[in-house]
Design a protein around this ligand. Sequence first.
Ligand code: 9MR
Length: 562
Amino acid sequence: RGQQLTEAIRLNQVGFYPLAPKVAVVVGTVVGKFFITTPDRKTTVFTGQLGPQRNDALAGQQTRIADFSGCKTVGTFVIWIPSLGFSHSFQIRPGVHEGVARASLKGFYYQRTATPLPPTYAGQWSRPLGHPDNQVLVHGSAASAQRPTGTLISAPRGWYDAGDYNKYVVNSGITLGTLLSLYEDFPAYTTQLNVQIPESKNAIPDLLDESLWNLRWLLAMQDPADGGVYHKLTNAKFDGMVMPDQVSTPRYVVQKSTAATLDFAAVMAQASRIFRKFNQPLPGLADSCLQASTKAWEWAQQHPTVYYQQEALNKQFQPAISTGAYGDQDVQDEFVWAAAELYATTKQENYYKAVQLFPGDKTPLPTWNQVRTLAYYTLARFRSELTPLAQKDLGQLRQGLITLADNLTAGATTRAYQTVMGKTAADFNWGSSSNAANQGIALLQAYQLTGDKKYALAALTNLDYLLGRNATGYCFVTGTGAKSPQHPHHRLSEADGVLAPVPGLLVGGPNPGRQDGCQYTSSLPATTYADDVCSYASNEIAINWNAPLVYLAGALEALQVQ
Ligand code: 9MR
């Protein structure tokens, strides 16, 4: 007994920093001692006692904590409980999450459209060019005097949004905002991050080169005539589970929307200040971005309520569009984000004054349709450079971010899994993994503001969650850890004939909504997860989920929190 692997011990399957807290969770009724041993169980480096029984109502589990924070020995180990078995192996060492930071950034490279992925960079996931998008039709909903229905435009590059092959501006907005913010928050660390992409040898950090792949596409989504931005570039219907070079279904740009235009304005403003420092390798880019941003901002001023409503649109135009809607019907937060980014870049107070920047006392966790707090991250980042008008609000800004972090951490240490993620059932919706990652970012913002280490350590608990310390026992990142998704709802992984899924991609995670109608073994919030290609509601991947993972892993590596 006890000489076999047990799935009952849940832990970060990648590992731990030597001086940081280290926690595993044991599901079931076992009590007594646990041992940290070498994988052959011959050498014990730490002995501990399982904690008191805890109950996890969201998972329907009884658990005990194995706290081995006192174990500071560098090496590869397992947790061994003689009456139960041993855990997946993990490492204790400095820099232990560097691989996750790199893999999750590299994940974006695999999502590139309009370019072949040669074996040099893509290994066994190499593939021919897909979706050139140099002949995209203007859909009836997007027609204008200069670009009537059926006009061909070119909008190549960009990333596939997710498991599907479409490109959505709204979702690209928060994704790029998050990646670019990682660069702004940790320039030294991210500059040396090499992920072996075709641009790795140029003078621009890989994080920015990869972001540029999508940014250049985004620039082409703006109608040069009026500054408005098309909501998405899409097929009429989702493609089948085939490789991208095997399909040639027509591609469309559809209706301009206020949300897309403001997200575009925000990202372009941010990109402009970042690429200003790279004027040498990228002459004119910063100016183009700022010009694009202000033009988009002006369009939104004139069209403040143009929502993307797919069903209504389908009553009016052919062909009907049935791909992802990202149909945000409230753009107050997009106005706040765009205003803040334009202000931070230009320091012109007219942007700061243009909208109510603090419309409520709640500071919402970012997600694709709620971007207000991204504005606060940016204002906080530049807190020492604000003009007097914005400085007046600094107290409120700080308080909002700290309150968000305090609300997130409240009760985490008494929870069954001792993670920030999983406070209530509300954490488990479509793309729940991104909630964990975005909570981590919010906590790191509070850490940056206050210097209080408890926030950084709280953020680390959510990286632990994503990498295996959760009620499903999965490490939610493909190609990472011992037990990770093998069958993501991801066309590239499903259709390529390669057994292993494309690596470095974060799956959506538990989602009791079960909108896909697939088979699940549980309907409880924390465990409604199926590693099944059918399960687009729990096992798809998406760029807006990967970006906060890159941020969380990258920032924790930069900080070497312990
Ligand atoms: O992440 C999106 C989630 O919040 C929505 O509830 C869901 C249904 O509208 O759509 C998700 O986004 C999907 C998008 O619409 C199309 N590409 C795949 C995305 C991830 O599932």
